[in-house]
Design a protein around this ligand. Sequence first.
Ligand SMILES: NC(=O)c1ccc[n+]([C@@H]2O[C@H](COP(=O)([O-])OP(=O)(O)OC[C@H]3O[C@@H](n4cnc5c(N)ncnc54)[C@H](OP(=O)(O)O)[C@@H]3O)[C@@H](O)[C@H]2O)c1
Length: 297
Amino acid sequence: MQSQSTTNEASLLGLGAMGAALARAAATKGRRLTVWNRTSAKAAPLVAAGVTVAASVAAAVAASPVVIVCVTDYAATRALLEAALLAGKTVVQLSTGTPQEARELAAWATARGARYLDGAILAVPSQVGGPHANLMTSGSREAFAAAEGVLAEMGAVRFVGEPPGAAAALDLAVLSSLFGALLGFYHGARLIEAEQMGVDGLGELMAATAPAIGEMIRIDAESIHHGRYEAPEASLEICWRSMDLLGRHAREAAIDGSFPGFAAEMFQRGITAGFGDEAPAAMIKVLRAASAQKGAR
Ligand SMILES: NC(=O)c1ccc[n+]([C@@H]2O[C@H](COP(=O)([O-])OP(=O)(O)OC[C@H]3O[C@@H](n4cnc5c(N)ncnc54)[C@H](OP(=O)(O)O)[C@@H]3O)[C@@H](O)[C@H]2O)c1
Protein backbone atom coordinates (compact mmCIF):
# COMPACT_ATOMS: atom_id res chain seq x y z
CA MET A 1 0.00 0.00 0.00
CA GLN A 2 1.07 3.58 -0.63
CA SER A 3 1.59 5.66 2.48
CA GLN A 4 0.07 9.10 2.83
CA SER A 5 2.42 12.03 3.27
CA THR A 6 0.60 15.08 1.90
CA THR A 7 -2.66 16.61 3.08
CA ASN A 8 -5.63 15.59 1.00
CA GLU A 9 -9.09 17.19 0.95
CA ALA A 10 -10.85 14.30 2.62
CA SER A 11 -10.24 10.82 3.95
CA LEU A 12 -12.81 8.07 3.59
CA LEU A 13 -12.94 5.10 5.95
CA GLY A 14 -14.87 2.12 4.62
CA LEU A 15 -14.79 0.76 1.07
CA GLY A 16 -17.77 -1.58 1.04
CA ALA A 17 -20.25 -1.31 -1.81
CA MET A 18 -21.28 2.21 -0.75
CA GLY A 19 -17.93 3.55 0.47
CA ALA A 20 -16.20 2.46 -2.76
CA ALA A 21 -18.88 4.21 -4.82
CA LEU A 22 -18.46 7.41 -2.76
CA ALA A 23 -14.69 7.30 -3.17
CA ARG A 24 -14.89 6.67 -6.90
CA ALA A 25 -17.39 9.50 -7.44
CA ALA A 26 -15.26 12.05 -5.58
CA ALA A 27 -11.91 10.89 -6.99
CA THR A 28 -13.04 10.78 -10.60
CA LYS A 29 -14.30 14.36 -10.23
CA GLY A 30 -10.81 15.44 -9.22
CA ARG A 31 -11.09 15.49 -5.42
CA ARG A 32 -7.89 14.54 -3.60
CA LEU A 33 -8.90 11.62 -1.43
CA THR A 34 -7.21 9.29 1.06
CA VAL A 35 -8.96 5.99 1.72
CA TRP A 36 -8.72 3.15 4.21
CA ASN A 37 -10.57 -0.15 4.50
CA ARG A 38 -10.29 -3.01 7.00
CA THR A 39 -9.93 -5.47 4.11
CA SER A 40 -7.13 -3.65 2.34
CA ALA A 41 -7.56 -5.43 -1.02
CA LYS A 42 -10.78 -3.45 -1.64
CA ALA A 43 -8.73 -0.25 -2.03
CA ALA A 44 -6.73 -1.56 -4.99
CA PRO A 45 -9.32 -0.92 -7.74
CA LEU A 46 -9.59 2.71 -6.61
CA VAL A 47 -5.93 3.53 -7.00
CA ALA A 48 -6.42 3.95 -10.77
CA ALA A 49 -9.09 6.57 -9.95
CA GLY A 50 -6.37 8.57 -8.18
CA VAL A 51 -6.98 7.90 -4.48
CA THR A 52 -4.18 7.59 -1.94
CA VAL A 53 -4.37 4.51 0.28
CA ALA A 54 -3.53 4.89 3.97
CA ALA A 55 -1.94 2.08 5.92
CA SER A 56 -3.99 2.64 9.09
CA VAL A 57 -7.06 4.46 10.37
CA ALA A 58 -4.79 6.85 12.31
CA ALA A 59 -2.83 7.65 9.12
CA ALA A 60 -6.03 8.16 7.12
CA VAL A 61 -7.46 10.53 9.74
CA ALA A 62 -4.17 12.43 9.97
CA ALA A 63 -4.08 12.85 6.18
CA SER A 64 -7.06 15.20 5.73
CA PRO A 65 -9.10 17.86 7.52
CA VAL A 66 -12.37 16.08 6.62
CA VAL A 67 -12.86 12.43 7.64
CA ILE A 68 -15.83 10.63 6.08
CA VAL A 69 -16.91 7.26 7.48
CA CYS A 70 -19.11 4.77 5.63
CA VAL A 71 -19.05 1.38 7.35
CA THR A 72 -21.78 -1.01 8.47
CA ASP A 73 -22.97 0.86 11.57
CA TYR A 74 -22.23 3.33 14.36
CA ALA A 75 -20.59 0.74 16.60
CA ALA A 76 -18.02 -0.03 13.88
CA THR A 77 -17.52 3.71 13.29
CA ARG A 78 -16.80 4.37 16.93
CA ALA A 79 -14.44 1.41 17.18
CA LEU A 80 -12.48 2.77 14.20
CA LEU A 81 -12.30 6.37 15.37
CA GLU A 82 -11.16 5.39 18.89
CA ALA A 83 -7.74 4.80 17.36
CA ALA A 84 -7.39 8.26 15.78
CA LEU A 85 -6.63 11.81 16.88
CA LEU A 86 -9.80 13.72 16.06
CA ALA A 87 -9.01 17.18 17.49
CA GLY A 88 -9.54 19.85 14.81
CA LYS A 89 -11.02 17.38 12.31
CA THR A 90 -14.42 17.43 10.64
CA VAL A 91 -15.99 14.00 11.07
CA VAL A 92 -18.77 13.08 8.62
CA GLN A 93 -20.68 9.90 9.45
CA LEU A 94 -22.43 8.40 6.40
CA SER A 95 -23.18 4.97 7.91
CA THR A 96 -26.87 4.30 8.55
CA GLY A 97 -28.19 4.52 12.12
CA THR A 98 -30.86 5.89 14.43
CA PRO A 99 -31.20 9.54 15.51
CA GLN A 100 -30.13 8.51 19.02
CA GLU A 101 -26.94 6.92 17.67
CA ALA A 102 -26.24 10.13 15.73
CA ARG A 103 -26.69 12.25 18.86
CA GLU A 104 -24.38 9.98 20.85
CA LEU A 105 -21.67 9.96 18.19
CA ALA A 106 -21.93 13.75 17.83
CA ALA A 107 -21.38 14.19 21.58
CA TRP A 108 -18.51 11.68 21.56
CA ALA A 109 -16.72 13.27 18.58
CA THR A 110 -17.28 16.80 19.87
CA ALA A 111 -15.80 15.84 23.25
CA ARG A 112 -12.67 14.80 21.32
CA GLY A 113 -12.38 18.23 19.69
CA ALA A 114 -13.94 17.33 16.31
CA ARG A 115 -16.74 19.05 14.41
CA TYR A 116 -19.46 16.53 13.64
CA LEU A 117 -21.76 16.15 10.67
CA ASP A 118 -24.18 13.25 10.45
CA GLY A 119 -25.32 12.13 7.03
CA ALA A 120 -27.62 9.74 5.23
CA ILE A 121 -27.36 8.55 1.65
CA LEU A 122 -30.61 8.15 -0.28
CA ALA A 123 -29.24 6.09 -3.15
CA VAL A 124 -27.82 2.72 -4.06
CA PRO A 125 -24.12 2.58 -4.96
CA SER A 126 -24.68 2.66 -8.74
CA GLN A 127 -26.60 5.96 -8.36
CA VAL A 128 -23.85 7.70 -6.34
CA GLY A 129 -22.38 10.69 -8.18
CA GLY A 130 -25.37 10.80 -10.53
CA PRO A 131 -28.59 12.83 -10.67
CA HIS A 132 -30.62 10.43 -8.47
CA ALA A 133 -28.32 10.40 -5.43
CA ASN A 134 -29.37 12.54 -2.47
CA LEU A 135 -27.33 13.11 0.69
CA MET A 136 -28.95 14.61 3.76
CA THR A 137 -26.75 16.02 6.50
CA SER A 138 -27.29 17.52 9.94
CA GLY A 139 -25.17 18.73 12.84
CA SER A 140 -22.45 21.38 12.90
CA ARG A 141 -22.83 24.12 10.26
CA GLU A 142 -19.05 24.61 10.26
CA ALA A 143 -18.60 20.90 9.58
CA PHE A 144 -21.06 21.16 6.70
CA ALA A 145 -19.18 24.12 5.23
CA ALA A 146 -15.92 22.14 5.45
CA ALA A 147 -17.33 18.97 3.85
CA GLU A 148 -19.92 20.31 1.39
CA GLY A 149 -17.54 20.48 -1.58
CA VAL A 150 -16.46 16.85 -1.48
CA LEU A 151 -19.94 15.56 -0.52
CA ALA A 152 -21.45 17.43 -3.48
CA GLU A 153 -19.43 15.18 -5.82
CA MET A 154 -21.25 12.15 -4.37
CA GLY A 155 -24.82 13.43 -4.75
CA ALA A 156 -27.13 16.40 -4.24
CA VAL A 157 -26.23 17.36 -0.69
CA ARG A 158 -28.62 19.08 1.69
CA PHE A 159 -28.17 20.44 5.23
CA VAL A 160 -31.40 19.64 7.12
CA GLY A 161 -30.67 21.21 10.50
CA GLU A 162 -28.36 21.47 13.48
CA PRO A 163 -29.86 18.66 15.60
CA PRO A 164 -27.42 15.81 14.81
CA GLY A 165 -30.24 13.26 14.62
CA ALA A 166 -32.23 15.11 11.93
CA ALA A 167 -30.65 13.43 8.88
CA ALA A 168 -30.99 9.96 10.44
CA ALA A 169 -34.64 10.66 11.31
CA LEU A 170 -35.43 11.70 7.73
CA ASP A 171 -33.49 8.71 6.43
CA LEU A 172 -35.48 6.24 8.56
CA ALA A 173 -38.75 7.92 7.53
CA VAL A 174 -37.79 7.59 3.85
CA LEU A 175 -36.79 3.95 4.39
CA SER A 176 -40.19 3.30 6.03
CA SER A 177 -41.92 4.82 2.99
CA LEU A 178 -39.69 2.95 0.56
CA PHE A 179 -39.99 -0.50 2.07
CA GLY A 180 -43.72 -0.06 2.69
CA ALA A 181 -44.05 0.71 -1.02
CA LEU A 182 -41.80 -2.20 -2.00
CA LEU A 183 -43.88 -4.70 0.00
CA GLY A 184 -46.95 -3.41 -1.82
CA PHE A 185 -45.08 -3.73 -5.11
CA TYR A 186 -44.13 -7.35 -4.42
CA HIS A 187 -47.78 -8.17 -3.82
CA GLY A 188 -48.60 -6.34 -7.06
CA ALA A 189 -45.99 -8.44 -8.85
CA ARG A 190 -47.61 -11.66 -7.59
CA LEU A 191 -50.98 -10.32 -8.71
CA ILE A 192 -49.60 -9.68 -12.20
CA GLU A 193 -47.97 -13.14 -12.30
CA ALA A 194 -51.29 -14.71 -11.24
CA GLU A 195 -52.90 -12.94 -14.21
CA GLN A 196 -50.14 -14.34 -16.46
CA MET A 197 -48.79 -10.91 -17.35
CA GLY A 198 -45.19 -9.62 -17.43
CA VAL A 199 -43.88 -7.93 -14.25
CA ASP A 200 -41.53 -5.79 -16.38
CA GLY A 201 -44.57 -3.86 -17.60
CA LEU A 202 -45.58 -3.15 -13.99
CA GLY A 203 -42.08 -1.84 -13.29
CA GLU A 204 -42.30 0.58 -16.24
CA LEU A 205 -45.74 1.74 -15.08
CA MET A 206 -44.52 2.35 -11.52
CA ALA A 207 -41.56 4.40 -12.76
CA ALA A 208 -43.91 6.47 -14.95
CA THR A 209 -46.37 7.10 -12.10
CA ALA A 210 -43.69 7.74 -9.43
CA PRO A 211 -43.91 11.58 -9.71
CA ALA A 212 -47.71 11.48 -9.28
CA ILE A 213 -47.41 9.16 -6.27
CA GLY A 214 -44.73 11.45 -4.82
CA GLU A 215 -47.12 14.38 -5.18
CA MET A 216 -49.88 12.45 -3.35
CA ILE A 217 -47.47 11.78 -0.48
CA ARG A 218 -46.44 15.45 -0.41
CA ILE A 219 -50.12 16.47 -0.10
CA ASP A 220 -50.61 13.89 2.69
CA ALA A 221 -47.62 15.38 4.53
CA GLU A 222 -49.20 18.87 4.22
CA SER A 223 -52.48 17.49 5.63
CA ILE A 224 -50.67 16.01 8.63
CA HIS A 225 -48.57 19.14 9.16
CA HIS A 226 -51.64 21.42 9.21
CA GLY A 227 -54.01 18.89 10.83
CA ARG A 228 -56.47 19.21 7.90
CA TYR A 229 -58.29 16.05 6.86
CA GLU A 230 -61.71 17.33 5.66
CA ALA A 231 -63.16 17.18 2.11
CA PRO A 232 -60.60 14.78 0.65
CA GLU A 233 -60.36 13.91 -3.05
CA ALA A 234 -60.25 10.25 -1.99
CA SER A 235 -61.37 9.18 1.49
CA LEU A 236 -59.78 6.81 3.96
CA GLU A 237 -62.74 4.46 3.38
CA ILE A 238 -61.92 4.31 -0.35
CA CYS A 239 -58.39 3.18 0.61
CA TRP A 240 -59.91 0.42 2.76
CA ARG A 241 -62.14 -0.62 -0.18
CA SER A 242 -59.09 -0.90 -2.45
CA MET A 243 -57.27 -3.11 0.04
CA ASP A 244 -60.41 -5.19 0.60
CA LEU A 245 -60.61 -5.65 -3.19
CA LEU A 246 -56.98 -6.78 -3.29
CA GLY A 247 -57.79 -9.30 -0.54
CA ARG A 248 -60.71 -10.60 -2.63
CA HIS A 249 -58.47 -10.92 -5.68
CA ALA A 250 -55.84 -12.79 -3.61
CA ARG A 251 -58.48 -15.32 -2.53
CA GLU A 252 -59.79 -15.70 -6.09
CA ALA A 253 -56.28 -16.15 -7.51
CA ALA A 254 -55.10 -18.26 -4.55
CA ILE A 255 -52.05 -16.06 -3.93
CA ASP A 256 -50.63 -14.89 -0.59
CA GLY A 257 -52.83 -12.12 0.85
CA SER A 258 -50.65 -10.95 3.75
CA PHE A 259 -50.01 -7.47 2.41
CA PRO A 260 -53.60 -6.46 1.54
CA GLY A 261 -54.76 -8.14 4.77
CA PHE A 262 -52.40 -5.96 6.83
CA ALA A 263 -53.28 -2.77 4.90
CA ALA A 264 -57.05 -3.41 5.10
CA GLU A 265 -56.78 -3.98 8.84
CA MET A 266 -54.90 -0.68 9.29
CA PHE A 267 -57.47 1.32 7.29
CA GLN A 268 -60.28 -0.49 9.14
CA ARG A 269 -58.87 0.92 12.37
CA GLY A 270 -59.24 4.41 10.85
CA ILE A 271 -62.88 3.73 9.91
CA THR A 272 -63.64 2.30 13.37
CA ALA A 273 -62.15 5.46 14.91
CA GLY A 274 -64.65 7.52 12.86
CA PHE A 275 -62.29 8.87 10.16
CA GLY A 276 -63.75 7.02 7.14
CA ASP A 277 -64.88 10.25 5.40
CA GLU A 278 -61.59 12.03 6.06
CA ALA A 279 -58.36 12.04 4.06
CA PRO A 280 -56.22 8.88 4.30
CA ALA A 281 -53.68 11.01 6.16
CA ALA A 282 -56.11 10.85 9.12
CA MET A 283 -54.43 7.48 9.78
CA ILE A 284 -51.83 9.53 11.65
CA LYS A 285 -54.45 10.12 14.38
CA VAL A 286 -54.90 6.35 14.78
CA LEU A 287 -51.13 5.86 15.07
CA ARG A 288 -50.78 8.78 17.51
CA ALA A 289 -53.51 7.33 19.73
CA ALA A 290 -51.75 3.94 19.71
CA SER A 291 -48.43 5.64 20.62
CA ALA A 292 -50.11 7.58 23.45
CA GLN A 293 -51.36 4.29 24.93
CA LYS A 294 -47.76 3.08 24.97
CA GLY A 295 -46.58 6.34 26.57
CA ALA A 296 -44.58 7.50 23.52
CA ARG A 297 -44.65 10.97 21.91
N1 LIG B 1 -25.52 -0.26 -0.17
C1 LIG B 1 -26.52 0.60 -0.20
O1 LIG B 1 -27.38 0.59 -1.09
C2 LIG B 1 -26.61 1.68 0.85
C3 LIG B 1 -27.50 2.75 0.67
C4 LIG B 1 -27.58 3.76 1.61
C5 LIG B 1 -26.81 3.68 2.76
N2 LIG B 1 -25.96 2.62 2.93
C6 LIG B 1 -25.20 2.54 4.18
O2 LIG B 1 -23.81 2.61 3.94
C7 LIG B 1 -23.13 1.86 4.95
C8 LIG B 1 -22.18 0.89 4.28
O3 LIG B 1 -22.96 0.05 3.44
P1 LIG B 1 -22.30 -0.88 2.32
O4 LIG B 1 -23.37 -1.16 1.34
O5 LIG B 1 -21.02 -0.28 1.85
O6 LIG B 1 -22.01 -2.19 3.18
P2 LIG B 1 -20.96 -3.34 2.86
O7 LIG B 1 -20.73 -3.49 1.42
O8 LIG B 1 -21.42 -4.50 3.66
O9 LIG B 1 -19.60 -2.78 3.50
C9 LIG B 1 -19.45 -2.65 4.89
C10 LIG B 1 -18.20 -1.85 5.15
O10 LIG B 1 -18.05 -1.68 6.58
C11 LIG B 1 -16.76 -2.18 6.94
N3 LIG B 1 -16.84 -2.67 8.31
C12 LIG B 1 -17.85 -3.34 8.89
N4 LIG B 1 -17.57 -3.60 10.18
C13 LIG B 1 -16.35 -3.07 10.42
C14 LIG B 1 -15.51 -3.01 11.56
N5 LIG B 1 -15.88 -3.53 12.73
N6 LIG B 1 -14.33 -2.39 11.44
C15 LIG B 1 -13.95 -1.85 10.25
N7 LIG B 1 -14.68 -1.86 9.13
C16 LIG B 1 -15.88 -2.47 9.22
C17 LIG B 1 -16.46 -3.25 5.92
O11 LIG B 1 -15.10 -3.54 5.91
P3 LIG B 1 -14.57 -4.89 5.18
O12 LIG B 1 -14.54 -4.57 3.71
O13 LIG B 1 -13.25 -5.12 5.77
O14 LIG B 1 -15.56 -5.99 5.52
C18 LIG B 1 -16.94 -2.53 4.66
O15 LIG B 1 -16.01 -1.54 4.25
C19 LIG B 1 -24.20 1.15 5.80
O16 LIG B 1 -24.44 1.85 6.98
C20 LIG B 1 -25.40 1.20 4.88
O17 LIG B 1 -26.64 1.18 5.59
C21 LIG B 1 -25.83 1.62 2.00
